[in-house]
Every structure is written in structure tokens, then in C-alpha cells.
Design a binder for this molecule. Structure first.
Ligand code: KIV
Length: 290
């Protein structure tokens, strides 16, 4: 693969990510929701997230709120079967880590039993109790701050966060509370670049930015966004490296046209009867003509 400046060579683990933070080696993370996307991604990226974005990206929901544990388990299992060398992180969906420590541990444990090496959950100081409980059970946790999609109703839409002094300071406090509670990394989403930089330099754990500027320890984008597979207006932080939707649709329509004009399949794309059997079949057809 000629496009990677630092090809991913090792099996990615949490200690490896900590080392990369100190070496200032940038971390690359994307999402995968099934075996195909996982196989494409795992040779390229360092972390694969089975994100609850599966809800809007693959399942046709408007946001991530309808995504359930059952849906997440189904998609995680498909990704985990590919045994990726990238670190496999599963996203805790809405209400799977809000109803008490026991239920949070049970849900995160279900993900680990299905192959996740870690879980991710949204929220700041209000999630510290759950993070501590999970870390205490040897379940590594990635935090997620800033524009947290599960808070869409509280935020009044998908809006950039941390643009006022109080909110910016709260985000930094939250980041440090999550680090102290034992998070091994933080996703920072939809915040000013300066705030992303400030959080990254003040934390010992890596930060993975999405719309949080270039100075985070790494970057994450949704797989379908990188490939241009999603329709509609793209947020400012998305850079699509292909017009995948158009490309795939054009490719599919070439096949559909070949079917319609009779040029697919050719004899080379068809199976033949063994010699002799064809004669027997024509005898049968002759005597069974309607
Ligand atoms: O669900 C998701 O895809 C995410 C990433 C965008 C960070 O949370």
C-alpha cells in the first residue's frame, strides 16, 4: 500500500497507543459495522470503532438515539469475526450506561465477550462513576467529549461545543476527570481547534479528534464519510477521499444495463452441460413439447 506514511505493522493494544502518544505518532481510527468494512479498514487504521453511528449511517435513523444493545452486538459480532489487528472498540449506545453500575458493567462485558478490546462512552464528569467501575472490572474505556451525538436533544442540534469560556473550561475539567477515572483515550468531537490542542497537550492519554483540529493525538472519521458513501451535506470536518456513492451507483448501473441489453452473462460467465447430456435434454424437450 503506497499511500501510508507509517504503515500499521503491529497489533494495536492500549500500551501501544500510550507509547504512540509519547512518540507523537498520530493515531488513525475509523468506524466499521460489518465484516466487509472491517476487512477494508483493518489493514489501514489503528483503531476500529463499531460506532453507534451505525444508526444513521447504515440503519436509516436520523440520529443515534434509537440504537440498542442488540443492534450493537449484531454489528460488533460481524466485525469481530474478522479478528482485526487494529484495536477493536465498541460504542455503548444511548441508555446502556445510564441506569446503574451493574447494568453498565453487564452491557460492556457483553461487548468484551463478543470480541471488543475496549468500550467507548459519551459524557464527562457525570460518567466518572461508570468509567471507574468498568476499569475496575478490567474493561478499558475510551471517553467522548464535546459534540456528543447522544446529547442531540440537550444541545438543540449537532452544534459545535466549547465555544464559550465556561464550556471550554468544563470540557478541560471533564477531560481530566475522565483521565483520572482511568480512560485510556478520549474522542474530542466538534470543538474549536485551540481547545483540542489544549486538551491534548495537558493530558497524558491520547486524544482522537473529529472536528477538533489538527493537534489531537489522532483523528477519526466515519468510514462511509471518508469514502463519500453518505448522501447529503457534509460537515466541515469531513474530507471525502472518493465520491463512493456516485462511483458505486455508476458501477451498478453498468451491470444493470448489461443485463437489460443481454450482454450479461456471456458464455464464459455461464456453466455448460457435459457432452451427450445436451442431446438427451433436447430429446426430452421434443417429446414434452406443450
Ligand atoms: O459512533 C461513532 O461513529 C462515533 C465516532 C464518530 C467518534 O462516535
Amino acid at each position: 500500500m503506497s499511500h501510508t506514511s507509517e504503515p500499521p505493522v503491529e497489533r494495536v493494544t492500549i500500551p501501544v497507543l500510550q507509547r504512540w502518544k509519547h512518540e507523537r505518532r498520530r493515531i488513525v481510527m475509523t468506524t466499521a459495522y460489518d465484516a466487509v468494512t472491517a476487512r477494508i479498514a483493518e489493514a489501514v487504521v489503528d483503531i476500529i470503532l463499531v460506532g453507534d453511528s451505525v444508526g444513521n449511517v447504515c440503519l436509516g435513523f436520523e440520529d443515534t438515539l434509537p440504537v440498542s444493545m442488540a443492534m450493537m452486538k449484531h454489528h460488533l459480532e460481524a466485525v469481530a469475526r474478522t479478528k482485526p489487528r487494529a484495536l477493536l472498540v465498541a460504542d455503548m449506545p444511548f441508555l446502556s450506561f445510564h441506569l446503574g453500575v451493574k447494568e453498565t458493567i453487564r452491557n460492556a462485558g457483553d461487548f468484551v465477550r463478543r470480541g471488543a478490546a475496549a468500550v467507548k462512552l459519551e459524557g464527562g464528569a457525570n460518567r466518572v462513576e461508570m468509567v471507574r467501575a468498568l476499569v475496575d472490572c478490567e474493561i478499558p474505556v475510551m471517553g467522548h467529549l464535546g459534540l456528543t451525538p447522544q446529547s442531540v436533544n440537550v444541545m438543540g442540534g449537532f452544534k459545535v461545543q466549547g465555544q464559550r469560556t465556561e464550556a471550554a473550561l468544563r470540557l478541560l475539567d471533564d477531560a481530566h476527570s475522565l483521565q483520572e477515572a482511568g480512560c485510556f483515550a478520549l474522542v474530542l468531537e466538534g470543538i474549536p481547534a485551540e481547545l483540542g490542542a489544549r486538551a491534548t497537550e495537558s493530558l497524558t492519554i491520547p486524544t482522537i479528534g473529529i472536528g477538533a483540529g489538527p493537534d489531537c493525538s489522532g483523528q477519526v472519521l466515519v468510514f462511509h464519510d471518508v469514502l463519500g458513501l453518505t448522501e447529503g451535506r457534509r460537515p466541515r470536518f469531513v474530507r471525502a477521499y472518493a465520491e463512493g456513492f456516485k462511483l458505486l451507483q455508476e458501477t451498478l448501473s453498468r451491470w444493470a444495463a448489461d443485463v437489460r441489453n443481454g450482454t450479461f452473462p456471456t458464455p464464459q460467465e455461464s456453466y455448460r452441460l457435459p457432452k451427450g447430456l445436451e442431446d438427451q435434454l433436447s430429446n426430452w424437450t421434443r417429446s414434452n413439447k406443450a
